[in-house]
Design a protein around this ligand. Sequence first.
Ligand code: C5P
Length: 399
Amino acid sequence: MSSLLGKHIILGICGGIAAYKSVSLLRLLVKAGAEVQVVITPAGKEFITPVTLSALSQKPVVSEFFTANTGVWNSHVDLGLWADCMVIAPATASSIGKMAHGIADNMLITTYLSAKSQVFVAPAMDLDMMAHPSTQANIELLRSYGNIIIEPESGELASGLVGKGRMEEPEKIFACLETYFGRKNDLKGKKVLITAGPTYEKIDPVRFIGNYSSGKMGYAIAEECASRGAEVCLVSGPVALTVSNPSIKVINIESAREMLDACEDVFPRADIAIMCAAVADYAPSDVADRKIKREHDEVPVIHLVKNPDIAASLGASKRQGQIIVGFALETDNEFANASEKLRRKNLDMIVLNSLRDKGACFGTDTNKVSVIKSDGSRLDFPMKSKREVAKDIVDSILS
Ligand code: C5P
């Protein structure tokens, strides 16, 4: 049985020659038992007729804001709420630009902006348009908004030129959607504990020792686990982020001590713990109860004590069947150091990111990771959005 059975899918079609392939995609979706609503741009109708599309989807195709002869209003808001996912194939350079910048001048773009569910974008255009910096920047913007880009293939294009820009084959786009819905519930019934963000270690009432962790990776993993059916408890240091999935329970803490207490409370009932937080290694031994004043001659000395290692502490109390995943941020001897941490903390898997990789780690929306498991196996991933990295990490845990 296909994971698409009964799913509500909006198929957005833009005005490109690859629109003929949308017919095959539509047929595959309908055959798999999905309910498909086609939304087409005015230019799209120049390439493929609404009659073909409505016959195959067994629904009138939506293109205009109003149906001309009846005056019926097509609600993009209702459509956006109805959909379990939206796939825009082909997505032209023009529509990608409008989507990236919110220029809602047709029914497809307004529907895209109203969509509450996952959006897949399959670009199709000539190689030079595809390679243009503005197209590339717009695609990156769409990716950063959480859309999944189904990269075009290299091959012969309608212009006769050969290069990257040919829309991915309908079978492959279909497979992306099947995988997406297939894994949607693969964490159902599992309880996942996640730590994220920095810790703040108080010096006095107005000062602390902290670090640059933004919490983005841990929050992306929390969203990914929740969207796949897990019950998530996110123990978070101070960050400027909020969760969008209401089923994620957030426990806000400041210090490593508080993080340890929260984790020890939750861990016994957890199936998986993902330790993403950048925990301060040391904390001031004494916290001044008043703001430390600036003295003219004397420079204050802050004495530090070791913080508890939360991952190692959970690792020591791990019971059969529990999985603990750690993170390692290394600047040198990356693999040896990460593997040593995996062993010392009794982890099952460690995610390594290197500070040497530009665009990875602190504050960025992208990351480049390698995954090392306790059996010694290793998997290297390319630079991806943190949302996609979160998927790869969860897939690795489940495998
Ligand atoms: O030893 P190191 O700080 O490099 O280890 C990183 C891993 O251990 C991360 O998963 C981090 O969340 C976790 N950790 C922890 N408690 C600490 C230090 C690190 O849970 N005090």
